[in-house]
Write a protein that binds this ligand. Structure first.
Ligand code: NAG
Ligand code: NAG
Ligand code: NAG
Ligand code: NAG
Ligand code: NAG
Ligand code: NAG
Ligand code: NAG
Length: 595
């Protein structure tokens, strides 16, 4: 019990020796300054206090096998999803306090953005469709075979059931969660489906909000299930299989067409993280002959605006170590909570296997190779005087073994990943995704539009030809993210010893500038960028109202404000805001030059 307490209040939340009373005040450094400091590993562990509580509960069971046996029956009856409502007597007082703090944290600014805008006359106008990001959608079991019955309609991803299964029934959990290596679909006898409705992505587990603040604010100006919708998808599947198994894109198309017919207004689509890629794919799919078949003006006719929140359309460097070696320290950014459970209960090798058997995750491998990410001596975002270029994505620490590894650029890293993987993985990645660059308009128009592999890659395909479509790119800047990795030499780079210093910039955002080229934006859709400096509130577990964190940004007040303005038809009044050096970096990325 004693070590338990240390984990709760020790180093994770505040620097050693500091209590909330004597903590140093938060000083906000200018962005350029923040991003040159080494990242603090511990900060990543700050996630929902509620989540911490759950994991500690799980930890207790894991550490005392006898307790597991005693509690198994009890636990299988108890619905852990509602743990907070039925905290049994005898739970340590700290845990109760935490659950109360969690409630306070949830409520710190609920509805306030919506109320403010409502008082100024903003009302629901366009229908709203939300497309959540990777791993934030819950996955439910629908299998009815013996081994799955225990989990029928329970979430094996995104709930306390997941945590419980991870601790007590790990092999079975793994069997359910991984896809068949060759078909990329459910293994025989197992059936996992994305949860549906607003519940799919409002909370990851009780207390850990994802979309719920946006829903609260939308509701305040008049949204409800008749004019808004969460298009949840099974993020484990490759995009082509989303249509094959779930007819996801067909359903999305029909939903949008129906809401245009009912309301007479074109919807606003709001996507987050991987959702932006899914939507980009959808825009190609829906117009393509033999796929959606909507014809060349479908998007123009059916979509008013696209709000693109922290999209990772060029992929994310963190995608690479996840599938290369099961690393997830900063993949955690995608969803601190889910990932913490995995890191806690699964080995690195298990995680690597799991991630590789989820082809959807591999859609986030970085695109554009060395032209975007740099070569051995140069990268677009290198700083003056920097010794080792950011272009070296994977760095091997010097060692005295005979084989001295060369440091790898992005292109080399991708080759390394594919060469060192089993052939089924390599085949799946190559069959589903393309990571190159198209240099001419002819390639973009003629060849690539017909090749579904390229539909996730904004460097090879274009935006829909939709002159009246408005695109809003909202993202946080100034938070450190990973840019390259250091591996110590072993047989395989399965052990990352240290992470490099960060930079936010090139993590895909750079491409927002690319849309100004006719080659990629034939209809001249209006693209507006709105950058939000990361100004976390140190005492708030999720960063508070001004965070720029990848997931927590969904609770940010200014983001909620912007979404409501666009949804109520006043997006035109939003002014572009760029505070980072993104323009400078994107000038240096060579693909942006017209040939
Ligand atoms: C499923 O369980 C039932 C009874 O518990 C048993 O009779 C049956 O053989 C089991 N089926 C399989 C395929 O294991
Ligand atoms: C994508 O990968 C899956 C395996 O994960 C494979 O079954 C499928 O055929 C691939 N899609 C395409 C379009 O080749
Ligand atoms: C790396 O790219 C820069 C800029 O394009 C170029 O000047 C340099 O020669 C390249 N270095 C190598 C090793 O290819
Ligand atoms: C490699 O270095 C380690 C210490 O860093 C040393 O113990 C070992 O003997 C060295 N091996 C060889 C082959 O030089
Ligand atoms: C690779 O990078 C590491 C760390 O930056 C450096 O120490 C090493 O010399 C580099 N190796 C090569 C072969 O350039
Ligand atoms: C990794 O970084 C930590 C501090 O961030 C440092 O104390 C440690 O020595 C580093 N390890 C290696 C192997 O470089
Ligand atoms: C979506 O936003 C990301 C950055 O957050 C950007 O890289 C990407 O280009 C945007 N997509 C579009 C179509 O604007």
């Amino acid at each position: 019990m004693f070590s338990l307490r240390r984990r709760l209040v020790g180093g994770d939340l505040l620097p050693r020796g500091q209590t909330p009373e004597n903590a140093e005040p938060v000083r906000l450094a200018p962005i350029s300054k923040i991003s040159t400091k080494p990242r603090k590993g511990l900060k990543r562990l700050i996630f929902s206090l509620g989540g911490l509580f759950g994991i500690i509960m799980a930890g207790i069971f894991a550490n005392h096998n006898d307790v597991i046996n005693i509690n198994l029956d009890l636990l299988s009856d108890l619905n852990l999803d509602s743990f907070f409502d039925v905290i049994p007597a005898g739970i340590p007082k700290e845990a109760r306090d935490i659950s109360q703090q969690e409630r306070a944290a949830i409520n710190f600014d609920s509805f306030s953005v919506g109320l403010h805008l409502y008082s100024q006359g903003f009302r629901a106008h366009h229908p709203v469709v939300m497309i959540p990001g990777v791993i934030s959608t819950g996955l439910e079991s629908w299998g009815t075979e013996n081994k799955s019955r225990l989990y029928f309609r329970k979430r094996l991803w995104g709930s306390w059931t997941m945590m419980r299964a991870l601790v007590m029934d790990r092999e079975s959990w793994k069997r359910h969660i991984v896809l068949d290596k060759h078909t990329g679909l459910d293994p025989p006898g197992i059936k996992l489906r994305a949860a549906q409705g607003f519940d799919a992505a409002d909370f990851f587990v009780t207390g850990y909000w994802i979309w719920s603040k946006i829903l609260e604010n939308l509701a305040t100006i008049g949204y409800d299930p008749t004019n808004s919708f969460t298009a949840a998808y099974d993020w484990r599947l490759s995009y082509s299989n989303l249509e094959v198994r779930d007819h996801y894109f067909t359903r999305l198309k029909v939903y949008i067409e129906t809401s245009v017919r009912i309301s007479g207004k074109k919807p606003v689509l709001v996507s987050h993280s991987m959702g932006s890629q899914v939507l980009f794919y959808f825009f190609h799919w829906v117009e393509a002959e033999g796929h959606g078949g909507g014809g060349p003006d479908w998007v123009e006719k059916h979509v008013d605006s696209w709000i693109n929140i922290s999209g990772c359309m060029l992929g994310a460097t963190k995608g690479l170590p996840a599938v290369l070696s099961g690393e997830m320290k900063d993949t955690a950014q995608l969803n601190a909570f889910a990932v913490y459970g995995l890191e806690k209960f699964l080995s690195r090798e298990e995680r690597t296997d799991i991630f590789r058997a989820m082809p959807g995750i591999s859609s986030m491998l970085p695109k554009g190779g060395d032209a975007v990410w740099g070569n051995n001596t140069w990268a677009p975002d290198d700083r003056f005087g920097q010794e080792i270029s950011y272009g070296n994505i994977i760095n091997f620490k010097e060692s005295n073994s005979t084989r001295s590894e060369k440091n790898l650029t992005m292109r080399e890293s991708m080759d390394y990943l594919l060469e060192s993987s089993d052939s089924w993985y390599k085949d799946a990645v190559l069959a589903n995704y393309s990571h190159g660059i198209a240099h001419t308009e002819r390639d973009v128009e003629k060849k690539n539009e017909r090749d579904p592999r390229k539909w996730t890659n904004p460097l090879e395909t274009r935006l829909p030809n939709a002159p009246s479509l408005k695109i809003y790119c909202f993202y946080g800047v100034g938070k450190q993210t990973e840019r390259s990795y250091f591996y110590r030499e072993e047989q395989t780079p399965s052990r990352k010893s240290n992470m490099s210093i960060d930079t936010t910039v090139i993590n895909g955002e750079v491409f927002s500038e690319g849309w100004k080229l006719k080659r990629f934006n034939p209809g001249g859709s209006k693209v507006k960028i709105f950058e939000m400096p990361h100004e976390p509130d140190r005492f708030s577990p999720r960063g508070g109202p001004n965070t720029g964190d990848h997931v927590d940004i969904l609770g940010r007040q200014s983001l909620n404000d912007l979404i409501l303005r666009v949804a109520s038809g006043k997006g035109d009044l939003i002014e572009e805001t760029v505070v980072s050096n993104i323009r400078e970096y994107s000038d240096r990325v060579q693909i942006f030059e017209e040939p």
